[in-house]
Design a binder for this molecule. Structure first.
Ligand SMILES: [Zn+2]
Length: 133
């Protein structure tokens, strides 16, 4: 171990800065990708495609300390995407942020999406896409 490095857990400020830096890098990457029209993507091309929905849970949309109206505002658009994929018989996978009550993530973020709570439920608009418990 390098002396003076990793002797202490990173501070909340450092961790948040790294999270923001990571999200900004992801955003730069995504905006660099070519734009595709959904209709072109879904047109029967024989391509193997699917949709992965990440963290469209009540805990980020409607209930709890990390719920945000900005995230909730995405629900109709995500629901429309899910419907478009399902209508074509394409796979849809929904992932949900879910934690145990002792999650280490709670050292950085306020407790959220504890397993079994309403916050860990995928929003009901996504219906049967929701992962089984
Ligand atoms: Zn989390």
């Amino acid at each position: 171990m390098i002396e003076g490095f990793m002797n202490e857990a990173p501070s909340e400020t450092t961790t948040r800065a790294k999270v923001i830096e990571t999200f900004e890098a992801i955003q730069r990457y995504l905006t660099s990708l070519p734009r595709l029209r959904l209709s072109e993507l879904l047109r029967g091309s024989g391509r193997k495609i699917g949709l992965i929905v990440v963290d469209m849970v009540d805990g980020f949309c409607r209930h709890g300390d990390l719920a945000s109206p900005r995230v909730e505002a995405l629900v109709p658009k995500v629901t429309a995407l899910v419907s478009a994929f399902k209508d074509k018989g394409l796979p849809v996978i929904a992932l949900a942020d879910t934690h145990s009550p002792e999650s280490p993530e709670f050292a950085v973020f306020r407790p959220h999406c504890v397993s079994g709570s309403i916050e860990s439920d995928i929003v009901e608009e996504l219906g049967p896409t929701a992962a089984p418990r």
